[in-house]
Design a protein around this ligand. Structure first.
Ligand code: HEM
Length: 146
């Protein structure tokens, strides 16, 4: 079961990185060009929300079954986990930062929906999705992933 979830989490991450990147760029260009907000803009923002929420669910499951998460192993102390950069990444930084990034996506999405005109809509996406994008890229285990 662990192997299957690990593969899904690993491959789904490509889609998450791609879609969040596109939605962020789309929001920034929308602000810069001041163009009309169109149905395709709604779709890409929504798609980013959906793929990140699914990855969040898969991430929460893998947290409890991964051999790289040592919180549930007796005999491994918190200081051992915090003292090792890779263990700290998998046990603390990656889960915490990714949950925060999904919060930013969710808040940005719901704030943009409440705005009634085009540029303020794009502005909410540009601000919140850019923060989420930076958070996401900062805590992906790049060296282990590729
Ligand atoms: C939502 C955005 C997320 C993205 C883009 C993401 C991305 C990734 C990537 C690329 C890997 C490396 C996979 C590999 O080495 O093949 C990974 C591993 C991992 N992620 Fe996430 N993740 C996300 C959310 C989460 C969350 C919310 C949690 C936990 C609450 C989590 C827990 C883990 C764990 C425990 C591993 C190590 C799995 C293992 O190899 O045993 N992830 N993640």
């Amino acid at each position: 079961m662990y192997e299957a979830i690990q593969i899904v989490h690993s491959y789904w991450a490509y889609l998450v990185v791609l879609v969040v990147t596109l939605a962020t760029i789309n929001g920034i260009f929308g602000v810069i060009t001041k163009r009309e907000y169109a149905p395709k803009d709604f779709r890409i923002s929504l798609f980013a929300l959906i793929v990140t929420h699914l990855q969040l669910l898969i991430g929460i499951i893998i947290f409890f079954v991964s051999p790289k998460v040592l919180w549930f192993n007796s005999g491994v102390s918190a200081s051992e986990i915090m003292g090792d950069p890779l263990l700290r990444l998998y046990n603390v930084e990656h889960p915490f930062t990714m949950i925060l990034m999904v919060v930013f996506i969710t808040v940005g999405y719901s704030k943009h929906k409440k705005k009634l005109t085009s540029t303020p809509k794009f502005k909410q996406i540009a601000i919140f999705y850019t923060i989420a994008w930076i958070l996401m890229l900062s805590r992906i285990p790049w060296s282990e992933w590729f």
